[in-house]
Ligand binder design. Sequence first.
Ligand SMILES: Nc1nc2c(ncn2[C@@H]2O[C@H](COP(=O)(O)OP(=O)(O)OP(=O)(O)O)[C@@H](O)[C@H]2O)c(=O)[nH]1
Ligand SMILES: [Mg+2]
Length: 452
Amino acid sequence: MVNPSLINDVTIAAIASAAGVGGVGIIRISGSRSFDIAKKITGIKEIQSHKVNLVSFKDQNGNLIDKGLLLAFKSPKSYTGEDVIEFQVHGGPTLLHYLLEETLQRGARIAEPGEFTKRAFLNNKIDLAQAEAVADIISASTYNAVINAASSLKGNFSFKINSLQKKIIDIRMYIEACLDFPDEDIDFIKKGQIKEKLLIIKQEIDELLLVAKKGQIIQDGFQMCLVGKPNVGKSTLINLFSQEDLAIVTDIPGTTRDPVRALINLSGIPIKIVDTAGIRETSDSIEKAGIDKTLATIKSSSLVLFVLEHEDEVDQYIDQGIFSHDAKIIWVLNKIDLLPHKIYQKEVKGYPLIAISAKFNIGLELLEKQIIKSLGLRNLEANEQIFSARQRHIEALSDIMTHMNEAFNNFEHPELLAEELLLIQKSMSSITGEFTADDLLGEIFSRFCIGK
Ligand SMILES: Nc1nc2c(ncn2[C@@H]2O[C@H](COP(=O)(O)OP(=O)(O)OP(=O)(O)O)[C@@H](O)[C@H]2O)c(=O)[nH]1
Ligand SMILES: [Mg+2]
């Protein structure tokens, strides 16, 4: 439950529109004094809730600052659940700062980043996963990311968590009741078909985890780089992926110097691909600088495709130790058209190897499947419902899976089984924020923009 001491009676105000010049600028005020503040600034005696008024905004000296719209939302029917006022005026930064200062002079305090949404959460207007979706919809960089964040904001993710939580609570209650009859507990559990029910829940969590992982990747995107010796066909491959003539392809080793970037959409996942300068010993200072950039690109990538012309090049990369970081790796054996083999895949030094021909577009499908697999995702249905999710949600769902496995291991010990189910219930409620530490709330909301 939300800690009521976290809700205080301070009225907050902020510029809610983006920084800089715009057609319209918005000042938002929330708290018990907001209607009074608006009355003082506009001179209006009675402000009607959920009505829009054209008003004059005046400063404390009685000077007209601007004319604009006044929007009023009486508690609890407002974004924050408190009394909320919005001023819509001309979007000039000087005007907005002056008007904001007027609200502060009349008793408001400047809002912290995300404080309006934090209040919405503390007043139970939305849960924590929905509050996070507010930030996600603002920062969404692709259409899919917007759609997913809107789905989370609507409560689709929370709804799934809540319904699973209800099922867990029901099973827990049943087991607790069984514990009152210790002689019969195992039989009771058999009778209640607990194992069967838990198996279904486990399957649902597994699917939810998969969707959450995809949601997080769609929200945040990820970077994949193409690395290898000069002339192995990296630039040919980025051109094939992007279906554009982006990078220069020649048979002269050392063609690519600066990293070449492309944004592609693979099964609905936005992937930033970076083609890099081929790695080799060189005395050319420009090429050397390009190779330094390659090494930096590897460090910032989640997935590295090592493009090879021969399988034994693998050993050199291992010796050079260029993957002493946590990226996932795929070996891509290119120019298969010059070899007697057909397309194939296998494992080399613990990483998957896919043989392709970038020039003749052979084996790309297999490679794309492996990319999705290396990210820990299966290929999902195109029309399935995804929602935005964050690393913290994925960690909670992974914890839930661990406790679920423990629950199955302890099936013959009802006390331990009940304990694991309690831990599952707690992890689930951490997602929706039912039991959430203040410092985690602080961290989540501090990453919001001011005025949201
Ligand atoms: N036969 C064959 N040739 C290929 C294939 N892929 C690329 N090539 C050729 O290999 C040469 C080098 O290709 P690039 O794509 O420029 O190689 P790169 O790895 O980007 O090279 P650098 O930029 O120099 O590091 C070009 O002549 C390509 O046409 C392939 O699948 N089969
Ligand atoms: Mg190149």
